[in-house]
Design a protein around this ligand. Structure first.
Ligand code: HEC
Ligand code: HEC
Ligand code: HEC
Ligand code: HEC
Length: 452
């Protein structure tokens, strides 16, 4: 073989490897698509298993997970939502042939609606254990064995909900949608609430049925709130790109799927002439264009500036190119594929990187400063930035890097107050709230903060 051919072979192998890493980031099969059989919540609920009323002392896991879930977690009531008046109105407006609680289009997110299930499984149990932890056919017996470990459980079909990328794909599947299940603009126009999601915030909002203690860390590794946030943003961008290019989901008649764009680009009175140049990603979108919802792109750009400065510029360019393509200049499919690849690569980079305490603070500071500079031109961006600040500041607090928790909580509450009414959102008003917040993260707690 001559040298050229060897080099070519090597390059092909490298490219294949690169392609493999990119696809493998999201290759995990979601619980509802698993070929394994779902056995039903009744299998987990016994008082000797996960149905104890109080946590067990001396057990690895709390054992009261079922009680926490069934009494406190909204997921346990996700199915019953489909019986309420709002759902009836949605179904009637959409002229669905069946009521919401019998419609696959609703059940796919408001319940665990798997492709393979035992007769003991009922969709009426809502978003139950196996919706997140995977169909239990192969792991139910072995996961309680004295020598069972987490890797073995996963090999037996348990879903790796502890892994940030896998968890992002899981939660986003229902809280953003994917190419299988999606709250389209038609469903929203029929009355479905707008979806907004940030993985770290929502992980904390979900009534905790697990405790991250020394034993948890030993079995599953440390939990880093900022990584959970950052990975969630990277996967949100990748998923948005997937849906945008999906032949089935991405279009509706003459138009693209409108929920992928900024709601308020269209939904505001004509007398409210609010157009301003959008320059966050370089370039400038002229007036009268429908903008993509770029809230997660704004977050990911900011994350990369701290976590992987070398790729921040190419990410920014990829978004700028996509915006151009949406405006009719350039190849849409190419721009979407490029941005998706960048977002997936970012998820891998973020997973491998640690951030110093100082980088964490600088991230909080740029969340604030980007907004003061007018970077959150749309409500969705301000909403994501506020949830992001909550997550970053929460992590800083866990690391003992916060001067006054009370002051920060008051600052966050003031930001949230600015988001109460999406239709009344005004950039300068929100920027003023951010300016007030700025002093809380403007200076390091102590000189020479240590690396984590
Ligand atoms: C892609 C997943 C997805 C699909 C598909 C979906 N939903 Fe939802 N729905 C959600 C999520 C997530 C929420 C909660 C939003 C939040 O609080 O952040 C929700 C909230 C709701 C609510 C408001 C909750 C309440 O307490 O009143 C109603 C009503 C509802 N959905 C009905 C429906 C109906 C009817 C359908 C089918 C036509 C449907 N949904 C399809 C994910 C979905
Ligand atoms: C909406 C998703 C979701 C649902 C529904 C859910 N869980 Fe979890 N569960 C999680 C997440 C996220 C974690 C934390 C990450 C991890 O350890 O996998 C977790 C962790 C756990 C743990 C691990 C605790 C540890 O210390 O390792 C157990 C046990 C558990 N869940 C049991 C259950 C049971 C039983 C049910 C049903 C009654 C249930 N879960 C329903 C998402 C869910
Ligand atoms: C199978 C679909 C599905 C999956 C997977 C899922 N959720 Fe949900 N989630 C829902 C639905 C539907 C609701 C709304 C229920 C309601 O309104 O009663 C909801 C509600 C919530 C709420 C309550 C929100 C509120 O407004 O109070 C939180 C928090 C939440 N989910 C977090 C998560 C997290 C974190 C994950 C991933 C570990 C996750 N969910 C995975 C479908 C899902
Ligand atoms: C490209 C422009 C565009 C975008 C972007 C858009 N919409 Fe719409 N929306 C429309 C149009 C057009 C209608 C139909 C108005 C009518 O029937 O009078 C509509 C109708 C609606 C309605 C029903 C209002 C009514 O009067 O009954 C709701 C609710 C809605 N959209 C929510 C949303 C949400 C939430 C988003 C973002 C996730 C969004 N829209 C994004 C153009 C848009």
């Amino acid at each position: 073989m001559n040298t050229l051919r060897v080099i070519r072979k090597l390059l092909t192998a490298l490219l294949c490897l690169a392609a493999w890493t990119v696809t493998s980031v999201t290759a995990q099969t979601l619980p509802d698509k698993s070929a394994d059989q779902t056995l039903g919540v009744i299998t987990c609920a016994s008082s000797l298993c996960h149905g104890s009323v109080a946590p067990w002392a001396g057990s690895n896991v709390n054992q009261n997970e079922y009680v926490v879930w069934s009494r406190l977690d909204k997921h346990a009531r996700a199915y019953s939502v489909l019986l309420n008046e709002k759902s009836k109105r949605i179904t009637a407006k959409l002229s669905l042939p069946q009521p919401a609680n019998q419609s696959k289009i609703c059940l796919d997110c408001h319940a665990h609606n798997p492709v393979n299930s035992a007769s003991e499984h009922h969709v009426s149990d809502g978003v139950a254990c196996e919706a997140c932890h995977g169909a239990s056919e192969r792991w139910i017996k072995t996961h309680t064995a004295p020598d069972a470990d987490h890797a073995q459980n996963i090999a037996n079909g348990m879903y790796p909900s502890d892994q940030p990328v896998a968890r992002a794909k899981l939660c986003l599947g229902c809280h953003f949608g994917n190419t299988d299940k999606y709250v389209s603009h038609r469903i929203m126009a029929a009355g479905h609430p707008r979806l907004s999601f940030e993985m770290e915030t929502f992980t904390n909002l979900q009534p905790a049925h697990f405790t991250v203690d020394a034993d948890y860390v030993k079995r599953k590794g440390a939990v880093d709130g900022v990584k959970i946030w950052a990975t969630g943003q990277a996967l949100a961008v990748a998923t948005q790109m997937e849906v945008l290019m999906d032949p089935k989901r991405g279009h509706d008649g003459a138009f693209p799927e409108l929920t992928l764009f900024d709601c308020h680009a269209c939904h505001h009175p004509m007398t409210d002439a609010r157009w301003k140049p959008h320059t966050s990603f370089g370039g400038n979108l002229g007036p009268g264009l429908v903008r993509l919802n770029d809230s997660s792109m704004l977050m990911l750009q900011l994350i990369l500036r701290q976590a992987a400065p070398a790729s921040a510029d190419s990410f920014k360019q990829a978004v700028a190119q996509l915006n151009q393509a949406v405006a009719g200049q350039g190849d849409m499919a190419g721009a979407v594929a490029a941005l998706k690849a960048q977002a997936q690569a970012a998820a891998t980079t973020i997973g491998a990187k640690g951030l110093s305490n100082e980088q964490l603070r600088l991230m909080a500071l740029s969340l604030v400063d980007d907004g003061i500079a007018g970077g959150y031109a749309d409500y969705a961006g301000a909403e994501q930035a506020t949830m992001a600040l909550g997550s970053v500041v929460n992590t800083m607090n866990q690391l003992g890097q916060v001067k006054s928790v009370a002051a920060l909580n008051a600052g966050l509450a003031n930001l949230r107050a600015g988001l109460k009414n999406d239709e009344a959102y005004k950039v300068p008003e929100f920027a003023a709230r951010l300016s007030a917040f700025r002093t809380l993260v403007a200076t390091p707690l102590s000189a020479g903060s240590t690396n984590r």
